[in-house]
Design a protein around this ligand. Structure first.
Ligand SMILES: [Zn+2]
Length: 181
């Protein structure tokens, strides 16, 4: 099966998302393409950088702007594995990016049509063309896998903590006993 250009670049965005995954971050990745060349890459580093601004799209936009030497990213296409949030959608509109290709939707926080459609708000001076569900299953599977692992990890940690607490109270009782003797 031949890969379309959109699939080719979405695969690169997924590659970025895997970098986030490796850091224990929610796996979201982004690339920005200009004249059939990637000029900006980014992946979610919110916890690592302890910054709400460290979303994949913001990082990719910063790098693309540096590469082009302009805050305007006209003629660029942004590929992102998950529908952008309100902050990133706002930045995409501000950067005048004409086209966004999304992997899967984010029903609880997406602003490319799910919660809001900031990308295509007619009252703004710029609207974005959206192509969605490009390698969408791969993108959402990566997220599902991540959250499944996270739940298992959290459960294990809780159990370990409980065990430690139980042992602690054991010791205390033991000490009380010996003290009363
Ligand atoms: Zn965002």
């Amino acid at each position: 099966m031949t890969m379309t250009t959109d699939e080719k670049y979405m695969k690169e965005a997924i590659r970025q998302a895997r970098k986030a995954y490796a850091l224990g971050e929610v796996p979201i990745g982004c690339v920005i393409v200009y004249e059939d060349r990637i000029i900006g890459r980014g992946y979610n580093r919110r916890n690592t950088d302890k910054s709400t601004l460290a979303h994949a799209e913001i990082t990719a936009i910063k790098k693309a702007s540096r590469a082009i030497g302009d805050w305007r990213l006209e003629g660029c296409t942004l590929y992102v594995t998950l529908e952008p949030c309100q902050m990133c959608s706002g930045a995409i509109v501000q950067a005048r990016i004409p086209r966004v290709v999304m992997g899967c939707r984010n029903p609880k926080a997406g602003c490319g049509g799910s919660v809001l459609n900031i990308l295509q708000e007619p009252a703004f001076n710029h609207q974005v063309e959206i192509t969605e569900d490009v390698l969408g299953t791969q993108c959402s599977n990566l997220l599902t896998e991540f959250f499944k692992e996270l739940r298992i990890r959290n459960k294990k940690e809780r159990e370990e903590r409980r065990e430690q607490e139980n042992c602690g109270s054991c010791d205390e009782k033991q000490m009380e006993k010996t003290g009363s003797r």
